[in-house]
Design a protein around this ligand. Structure first.
Ligand code: OGA
Ligand code: FE
Length: 292
């Protein structure tokens, strides 16, 4: 018997990674540990370094508080949720011109995908008149990836940092825009087909009181922003969307100057896909200021 070594070109390997969806998708409610915020033991103001901290400093000065929570599947109940009431919403059957290979191409993402997201937000966020997309993050659960899923309950912005963003990006039109309604919405999708591992969980905004949301200094090399840590609350109602696919989008509202819904969120390890052989999750989130 002769043996042949099978080789794949880079693009064949990638193609395989995007279509390895033959496993059955675990559906329905699941349970997982989530990591919540615990205040610094010494009572000081919480902070964390986005990149490598200065020599001798820890990455963050606050603690962790793990709790197992039930995470409810929104699959089949998509229409029951919207950003204004719940802080999150889900959209189906969304076409994109982006191919798997193009996500590494920054200018392609900005030209093609940002335009798609802008249209999506104008079409799906009631009252939205103007969109400014300020960044995106690609995450991969594979070891060594530049950015990994975030296994920590948080909200990307606080009132202070959302308003600072408006000034930073909108410059002289900021004061006028801040007199109207400002929302900050992340649009999240997988890149490599069905999400099996490290899905995203999001809490119903109404189930997490303001008292449990704590501003954390977010120290970049060149400036300091603010995100929010989320304390554990028994009332917290957490959700995920089983087997989310490339043509589906989650809208995560992080700030709304008018009605105030904001959704705590975190990646989680689903015990049903914790074993060997499950494809890693790859995703992109686009962050947008939504005016009007
Ligand atoms: C986000 C976010 C984490 C993840 O989209 O804002 O926190 O693991 N994502 O995808
Ligand atoms: Fe986030």
């Amino acid at each position: 018997m002769s043996t042949t070594t099978q080789t794949h070109t880079q693009s064949e390997v990638r193609k395989f990674a995007t279509t390895n969806d033959e496993r059955p998708v675990p559906r329905g409610d699941t349970k997982s540990k989530l990591t919540f915020y615990a205040p610094p033991a010494d009572g000081s103001k919480p902070w964390n370094y986005v990149e490598t901290p200065p020599a001798g400093s820890p990455q963050r000065n606050y603690g962790e508080d793990e709790h197992e929570v039930t995470i409810h599947d929104v699959r089949g109940r998509e229409a029951d949720f919207n950003i204004n009431t719940n802080g999150f919403g889900v959209l189906q059957n969304i076409r994109s011109e982006m191919s798997y290979e193009q996500w590494e191409d920054e200018s392609r993402v900005k030209e093609t995908y940002y335009a798609e997201v802008e249209k999506l937000l104008l079409d799906n966020v009631p009252g939205a008149k103007q969109i400014f997309i300020f960044d995106h993050t690609i995450r991969r659960s594979a070891q060594g990836a530049k950015r990994a899923p975030v296994n920590r309950a948080h909200i990307d912005q606080t009132t202070a940092s959302a308003e600072a963003r408006v000034h930073h990006h909108m410059q002289s039109s900021a004061p006028e825009l801040l007199r109207g309604r400002v929302r900050l919405i992340n649009v999240w999708r997988p890149l490599n087909g069905t999400v099996y591992t490290n899905p995203l969980a999001y809490a119903d905004s109404r189930s997490v009181p303001d008292n449990d949301i704590v501003g954390v200094e977010h120290r970049y090399p060149d400036r300091t922003g603010e995100t929010a840590g989320v304390k554990y609350t028994e009332q917290g109602q957490w959700h995920y969307w089983s087997g989310m696919g490339n043509e589906e989008r989650i809208l995560l509202q992080c700030y709304d100057s008018q009605d105030g819904a904001r959704t705590p969120h975190s990646a989680f390890q689903d015990p049903r896909t914790a074993g060997e052989g499950w494809k890693g999750r790859e995703s992109v989130e686009v962050r947008a200021l939504v005016f009007g």
